[in-house]
Design a protein around this ligand. Structure first.
Ligand code: NDP
Length: 403
């Protein structure tokens, strides 16, 4: 029986709040606050219709720390679940510290004026959370999130060490639009246009964005082109799985997405430095995000499946030599939409956010300080994830990836 405050009212929040309401024995009181209250109200309405549970809504700018502290003190939740944007991570962590409440998010902090995905800003809060006896859980989405838990599950049940790790993120869904992103367009395009980086022999190897491409045949999706990218769990995995010789992240993109993105980049529309337009400063990427379809509107039209997982090679636990395992989840966009009114990219993020919150509220995961997913027991998390719509499959491969 716990009270939770969720911040942000986009696609990920919508899924997480629906799923919390479906687990009312853990989430006995749900409060939802965001910049635009009407979006909270429409989530609350859908939750009431689908589950019969009540969600109380508020308007808040999460970057206004004193106002957020007042809201947290008024509600007195056990946990704040941050499903706003990465820019708000630090102010929300500050407010949690001041109000004495545990914290969870799904994406690492990013400064607005620099497309840098690094844990250093949030890891710097370690002592502050520890001193207050509070827990902050970072990156409890799918990637980051489940992909790290998958790696730790393999390390607990199949492999003594992980020498090589490849994370493969495939969205085989078709939303019927010429160009749209499946989560917040500004964050998505910042991520995709940043240089690729992977971990090799103890250092980062950087290559220009979207230049290394391979093909892979994804279960229930088929053959897709995937591109080497940087993704934030590579940083936490390289810290918490120190024996890793190589860790890479791949994401699939269709030719149409690449074509549109290339043009937008070439004409300067993905820039994050302000330009003058009719006498005022605008940021091209923010303007672009405003004209693109909103991810939460794609639920009705998106068909197909996502397939996200890890391929890990290392020394087998049973002493049988080097082995390669593939652990993944498949999620159907239409099933996700039927259940929560959102497509699978929001679903695969919102469900692990709910499960991470449940782990903290039930005491299955606990501690004082700032935690990444790799530091906690993968078993109860994956068990609850499977019961809540995201089961995993694991199989042994004959060999590591040939590239
Ligand atoms: P959306 O853009 O759909 O939603 C973000 C929400 O945050 C909006 O409701 C927005 O308000 C609100 N918000 C923005 N700024 C503020 C503020 N200052 N104060 C209060 N609320 C604010 O994003 P998504 O739902 O797609 O993504 C949510 C989070 O999940 C992001 O951090 C994203 O990076 C992360 N994510 C993580 C993934 C993972 O696997 N780990 C995968 C996908 C996403 P408004 O409605 O007014 O704009």
């Amino acid at each position: 029986m716990s009270k939770v405050l969720v911040i942000g009212a986009g696609g990920v929040s919508s899924v997480a709040v629906h799923k919390m309401a479906m687990n009312a024995s853990i989430f006995s009181e749900i409060h939802l606050a965001s910049r635009t209250k009407s979006k909270c109200d429409s989530i609350a309405k859908s939750v009431k219709e689908r589950t019969g549970e009540d969600v109380t809504t508020y308007e808040i700018d999460a970057e206004e720390v004193p106002a957020l502290v007042r809201l947290i003190q008024q509600i007195q939740p056990q946990l704040v679940v941050n499903l706003a944007l990465p820019y708000q991570d630090l102010p929300i962590m500050d407010a949690c510290l001041e109000a004495g409440v545990h914290y969870l998010d799904t994406a690492n902090y990013e400064p607005k004026d620099e497309a840098k995905f690094e844990y250093k800003w949030q890891w710097a809060y370690q002592e502050k959370f520890r001193e207050k006896g509070l827990m902050a859980l970072l990156g409890s989405g799918f990637d980051p999130g489940v992909t790290s838990v998958f790696a730790m599950w393999l390390k607990k049940h199949k492999l003594k060490t992980i020498r090589q790790l490849d994370i493969l993120d495939c969205n085989g869904g078709d939303h019927g639009q010429a160009f749209a992103t499946n989560f917040n367009p500004e964050i998505n395009i910042r991520e995709v246009t940043a240089p690729a980086r992977h971990w090799e022999k103890g250092e980062w190897v950087e290559t220009p964005a979207m230049t290394i491409r391979q093909q892979f045949d994804f279960d229930q999706v088929g053959q897709k082109n995937m591109y080497l990218m940087y993704h934030e769990e590579l940083e936490s995995l390289s810290k918490f799985v120190p024996e890793l010789e190589r860790a890479r992240f791949w994401m699939t993109f269709g030719d149409e997405y690449i074509k549109h993105l290339t043009v937008l980049q070439n004409v300067g529309m993905t820039g994050i430095d302000p330009i003058k337009y009719q006498g005022r400063d605008i940021i091209p990427l923010q303007f672009l995000a405003a004209v693109l379809p909103k991810p939460e509107t794609l639920g009705e039209t998106t068909k197909g499946k996502t397939n996200i997982g890890d391929i890990a090679t290392g020394e087998a636990l049973d002493g049988s030599g080097e082995k390669t395992f593939y652990i993944y989840n498949i999620c159907d966009h239409e099933d996700a939409n039927r259940e929560t009114g959102n497509q699978a990219v929001s679903y695969t993020t919102g469900v692990p956010a709910m499960v991470g919150a449940a782990m903290m509220l039930t005491g299955k995961w606990g501690g004082e300080g700032v935690f990444n997913m790799e530091q906690l027991d993968p078993d109860p998390f994956l068990e609850m994830l499977g019961e809540n719509g995201l089961p995993f499959e694991v199989k042994e491969l004959a060999a590591p990836l040939p590239f």
